[in-house]
Design a protein around this ligand. Structure first.
Ligand SMILES: CC(C)(COP(=O)(O)OP(=O)(O)OC[C@H]1O[C@@H](n2cnc3c(N)ncnc32)[C@H](O)[C@@H]1OP(=O)(O)O)[C@@H](O)C(=O)NCCC(=O)NCCS
Length: 359
């Protein structure tokens, strides 16, 4: 069995192998073909004779930790052919992934796991984080200065809106530790693969990306998809001080999700709003899932406006430190203290890693 980085000529075989997972040949291709940071040497494979039998992929990302742009290796697309399972093949690839990430200068690593014990063998540790469940966003009440008809809900248009959205993202998400940093190329790629879960084989994942205009100017935005059967606001942001526009955006999404009448003016093609209704529109009574714990001021305003916000804790989120000495230099601490500090930051409820950045 060969366990090594993939060769360029093996790209299609890697995709053929992964297509057996979700029975969806397009899903993984989006990452391999559209991610400007995809590299064959970060795509690890196990080959038995003529067959590729297992793969692990390292996604090259950058996150914010205390204002430092930290190279982060995301682990994903971990898959072994059924008949080769339980023979240690993925384990060998995970060990190679750690060596490769250290060699390539990644300082921390993130993965989303269902099998916590499997990954903990290779040094990843589960970190709790909070998802927010917004029950009844449609019922968000308008304070006297909040007039729904004042806001226009429009559909994001890349050519027209990306510069403004990237600026809101940089200013809003950039305030929070752990958030992924996106340059222009990463933004364009992110628009192709955010959402992550194929809804049905062959359908791929799509997002409903809306902007909320206040007097023509974008004041808030939200990106929504269906994720494991729920309406997931996988990223949002607002201009400093534009809490009302953010509340208006949540209210609008709640109205769509619950099938209520829409109290906002709209522009653009809103067919993808159907993502909020799912297949079974009666199942969830308009719940929205997102992250809000990072922003207590926003949470307070949502609750004050009459929409309960509950937290659900999840520990499928696993981190590993790869380069303690580099973190030590950045944070001016000992390597042990720097690693502990990084873990405290990963699990701090004010930190944020958007679902839109999943890999
Ligand atoms: C998860 C997955 C990649 C594991 O691949 P694998 O090649 O079977 O992995 P390994 O053989 O290295 O390890 C699997 C288990 O077999 C055990 N194992 C390893 N070598 C073994 C051997 N010689 N004999 C018996 N068991 C062995 C491992 O300890 C591990 O046990 P654990 O699951 O209790 O931790 C594979 O099950 C898969 O492709 N699943 C579907 C896709 C998926 O779920 N991906 C991960 C998403 S988080």
């Amino acid at each position: 069995m060969e366990v090594r980085a993939a060769d360029r000529s093996e790209r299609d075989q890697v995709l053929d192998l992964l297509s057996l997972w979700y029975n969806d040949s397009e899903f993984f291709a989006r990452y391999n073909q559209l991610d400007p940071r995809f590299r064959d040497d970060l795509c690890l494979v196990a080959r038995d004779g003529a067959r590729l039998v297992s793969t692990v992929q390292i996604f090259d990302r950058t996150i914010n930790l205390d204002g430092h742009a930290i190279p982060m290796g995301g682990i994903g697309s971990v898959f072994t052919l059924e008949e080769y399972r339980h023979k240690g093949v993925a384990s060998a690839l995970m060990r190679l992934a750690v060596d490769t990430m250290v060699r390539e200068g990644f300082e921390v690593s993130l993965l989303f796991a269902e099998r916590l014990t499997f990954y903990s063998q290779f040094g990843w540790r589960a970190v709790e984080r909070k998802f927010s469940i917004l029950a009844g966003a449609a019922g968000i009440k308008a304070p006297s200065h909040f007039v729904p008809t004042h806001f226009l809900i429009d559909v994001f248009d890349e050519t027209r809106d990306l510069a403004a959205i990237a600026e809101i993202h940089r200013a809003y998400s950039g305030r929070f530790n752990v958030s992924a940093i996106r340059d222009h190329a990463s933004w364009r790629a992110n628009l192709e693969f955010a959402g992550n879960q194929p809804m049905r084989p062959g359908v791929g994942s799509k997002e409903y990306f809306i902007v909320c205009r206040d007097a023509g100017r974008i004041a808030a935005y939200a990106r929504v998809t269906r994720f494991h059967g729920v309406s997931m606001v996988m990223e949002f942001g607002y201009v400093a001080g534009a809490l009302d526009a953010m509340l208006a955006t949540f209210k609008y999404l709640g109205e769509v999700a619950s099938g209520s009448s829409i109290s906002f003016q709209r522009a653009g093609d809103h067919r993808r709003a159907a993502l909020l209704r799912g297949e079974d529109s009666t199942a969830e009574s308009g719940l929205l899932i997102s992250h809000t714990a990072q922003d207590p001021g926003l949470e307070h305003r949502i609750r004050e406006a009459g929409c309960p916000v509950a937290h659900h804790t999840d520990d499928n989120y696993m981190w590993r430190i790869l380069a303690p000495a580099k973190l030590a230099r950045r944070f001016a601490m000992t390597p042990e203290a720097a690693s502990a500090h990084a873990f405290e930051t990963f699990q701090d409820s004010h930190s944020l890693f958007w679902t839109a950045d999943r890999f």
